[in-house]
Ligand binder design. Sequence first.
Ligand SMILES: [Zn+2]
Ligand SMILES: [Zn+2]
Length: 271
Amino acid sequence: MELRFCPLFSGSSGNALYLGCGDTHLLIDAGMSGSKITNELEKIGLSPDRLSAILITHEHSDHIAGVGILSRRYDLPVFANEATWEAMRPKVGNICERNVRVFETGSDFLIGDIDVMPFAIPHDAAEPVGYSFYAGQSKLSVATDLGTIKESWMKQIAHSDLVLLEANHDVEMLKAGRYPYELKRRILGNKGHLSNDAAGKAAAALVKRGVQAIILGHLSGENNFPELAYQSVCCVLQEEGFEAGRDVMLSVANRDCASGMYVVGANRADQ
Ligand SMILES: [Zn+2]
Ligand SMILES: [Zn+2]
């Protein structure tokens, strides 16, 4: 089956990703205003009332700013684990009980045609997760807000057709930049964000494990540039003998508007 994926926003100022399969339409995070997310959804031809659900990775505001308004306005179910619900409840306003859906990290569940697997990631939130999505033989994974490379999440997203992978910052730009010391320490820490170089290492390891396409995302507006993230990851891939465009499709998600529509599994005979 065919998965359609479009990052609407991906960056440290806000995140919202669209994933569709047949008549199932998911929004992964809603970290921008409801109206901005609605605008970007409409650009890809989808009215928000057709969304099947919103899935939350963690309670930081760049992932949940528009959740409450979208759920209330369009009567949308919101999926998160218990600890994330507890942490985000005070921030998202009242959400109708029937739309409060709780999952367990590490246990998969079905939403329409898509099998959803939430997996644990190292990040300074209550119980942050990344997601793998399965439909037929197709697999797509979303892994941002990653403090460090860990075998557990690498193993989970291995053999995905497509991965949205965090390339948050250039370490030198961050160190030399104007962020306060504490914030720099947080970002660079084991529960902060993945640098361009670390993303390169993860990308090389993922190519070895059958990943065919990688979109770099969650870029910092302050400590990174799309071209720098792309080139840094290309360099590390090259050191490992891989070439972007030949061994893996590599691209960078837009921070503040919809990126192109990626289609996974279109030519497979499993539909
Ligand atoms: Zn984030
Ligand atoms: Zn975060």
